[in-house]
Design a protein around this ligand. Structure first.
Ligand code: EPU
Length: 341
């Protein structure tokens, strides 16, 4: 029997025609390189394509979950995949315009590339972003940060396409309700552009700072297959410190292991299983709670878990099945979470 969502996806595939790819690899587009397929994938190169997605979603009813894919650096896709529509941004959403100290970057632009470009162009304020392997769109949505800075320090406004209404509007920073790794942006909102407010400086000084961030990350964070910080830092503490203090570095479940370099990074083996990573996350949450009395909250976005009928197709590399909740995320990427120096 075809589920309600499955029927709605069939309808959407029909109305999107050649724009949509069925059973497209999704886990392989993440920096973890584990997890299954998505039922339907559209590469949106302009707002007209997003309008088509809006119309297809509306025609199909409200049962199809949506995932905006950036660089896949902060998400874990279940082994059974994601039974919904994934939108991958490219084309005009990868453009950057710089006028004096104002930078307008498309949602698909990479944070690391933009950090290098702005520094080389004599702009300061965005050097820290060389440490974030995600896209501008994903970084706005989760108010990504590092090295004492975050998106909301430089973001003036974001242009958001609402897949529910089919309209796009500029939203000022104050209305985005940004906080520590969060904002008011919903799963059905696509961040198509962000306007940043930087300052002038000597290119050499900004590039030196970019180099410092890259060196710091190489010495403090692991490479390999991972999705960056698994948990958010609790107020006035650090998830990495708490996991380390619980003695969990090196703990392994199946193909997933806690990094011995940084305890808040969980590594996957090549051809590993997303469900092993998920089991490790649950185990660590419970052990840290028992030992430290702190309830850690995942920063990693969990996609397609909790949908036993997520018949999006199995990943070619994994064998197990999934458990837990649906969410959205980001675009393909380097084979490692960390950018090579
Ligand atoms: N620590 C340990 N053991 C560990 C790891 C860390 O004791 O295994 C201690 C460190 O010694 C330090 C403290 O925990 O005293 C904090 O560690 P670190 O300086 O590595 O920073 P973090 O809080 O773990 C945050 C961001 C990172 C970002 C770095 C650098 C979060 C959840 N993580 O890490 O962001 O790169 O600061 O600014 O906010 C990401 O969001 O994916 C990410 C990697």
């Amino acid at each position: 029997m075809v589920s309600e969502t499955g029927a709605a996806i069939d309808k959407m595939a029909e109305s999107l025609g050649r724009r949509a790819v069925r059973r497209a690899p999704l886990g392989q587009r993440t920096t973890y390189r584990v997890g299954g397929n998505v039922a339907l994938m559209v590469e949106a190169t302009d707002e007209a394509t997003l309008s088509e997605c809006h119309l297809a979603l509306r025609a199909a009813g409200s049962t199809v979950p949506v995932l905006v894919v950036g660089k896949g650096s902060n998400m874990l896709v279940s082994d059974s995949g994601f039974c919904g529509l994934a939108i991958w941004l490219g084309g005009e959403f990868a453009a950057v315009e710089i006028t004096d100290t104002t930078v307008i970057a498309g949602g698909a632009v990479g944070m690391q590339a933009l950090a290098r470009q702005t520094a080389a162009g004599g702009l300061t304020g965005f050097e820290w972003a060389v440490g974030i392997p995600g896209s501008i769109g994903g970084a706005v949505r989760m108010n990504a940060g590092g090295h004492g800075s975050q998106m909301s320090d430089v973001l003036r406004r974001a242009r958001v396409f609402d897949l529910e209404s089919g309209e796009s509007v500029w939203i000022e920073l104050a209305e985005l309700a940004t906080g520590y790794r969060r904002s008011a942006i919903k799963d059905t909102d696509v961040v198509v552009q962000a306007e940043l407010d930087l300052a002038r400086c000597e290119p050499a000084a900004a590039l030196e700072m970019v180099g410092e961030v890259v060196r710091w990350r190489l010495s403090h964070q692991p490479g390999g297959l991972n999705g960056g910080s698994v948990f958010k830092n609790p107020p006035d503490d650090s998830a990495g410190r708490l996991i380390d203090a619980t003695g969990l570095k090196g703990l392994r479940i199946g193909t997933a292991e806690i990094s011995r370099k940084h305890a808040n990074f969980f590594q996957s083996d090549r051809n590993g299983s997303a469900d092993d990573v998920k089991s490790l996350i649950e185990k660590v949450r419970s052990l840290v709670h028992e030992a430290q009395g702190v309830e850690l909250e995942p920063e990693l976005r969990m996609i397609g878990f909790g949908h036993p009928k997520a018949a999006a197709g199995q990943a070619s590399t994994s064998t197990s099945t999934s458990t837990s909740s649906t969410e959205s995320g980001s675009r393909p990427s380097d084979s490692r979470y960390r950018e090579d120096p």
